[in-house]
Ligand binder design. Structure first.
Ligand code: SF4
Length: 149
């Protein structure tokens, strides 16, 4: 079993209430191999929601208490992002997942790069909070390119 960002399967759970459906992954889901998760919703955030970005470091730094996640209105949503990441990890362990397929750039799921915290569409190297937590717990992460639906 692998876990997958729910928005990649067509679930309209991103901040705008949209998804990044990937037809190939949807086929794999229908064959029963994928378990969908959305760390931001699982952390208690709504759909739609004010977009948020990591400020002061990467998702790993957030987990270490050295950076935070702030939404575009200036509200600190770090607790929700950390809670959602641990909920994803809990479910990954529950279903025995050794691999995760995650979206790019998200402050939660983003693998390899995230937006830089300035809300100006610029990116920096680093993982989102949930991605970082999964990696530090031995789960292999594969990054999936997105196209908004
Ligand atoms: S990228 Fe991750 S946190 Fe964002 S909507 Fe998709 S599953 Fe949810």
């Amino acid at each position: 079993m692998r876990i997958v960002s729910a928005c990649l399967l067509g679930v309209k759970c991103n901040f705008e209430g949209k998804n990044w459906k990937n037809p190939k992954l949807l086929e794999e889901f229908l064959s029963g191999d994928l378990f969908p998760v959305c760390p931001e919703v699982m952390g208690g955030l709504s759909v739609p929601r004010v977009p948020a970005e990591i400020q002061g470091g990467s998702g790993l730094a957030v987990l270490k208490g050295k950076a935070k996640v702030v939404n575009e209105k200036g509200v600190d949503v770090t607790d929700e992002f950390v809670k959602g990441a641990f909920e994803v990890l809990r479910l990954a362990k529950l279903v025995g997942a050794k691999e995760a397929l995650l979206t790019e750039k998200s402050p939660s799921c983003g693998c390899g790069e995230t937006y830089d915290g300035s809300f100006s569409n610029r990116t920096v190297e680093g993982d989102g909070v949930a991605c970082a937590l999964l990696k530090t717990n031995g789960i292999h992460v594969t990054c999936v390119k997105t196209s908004k639906m």
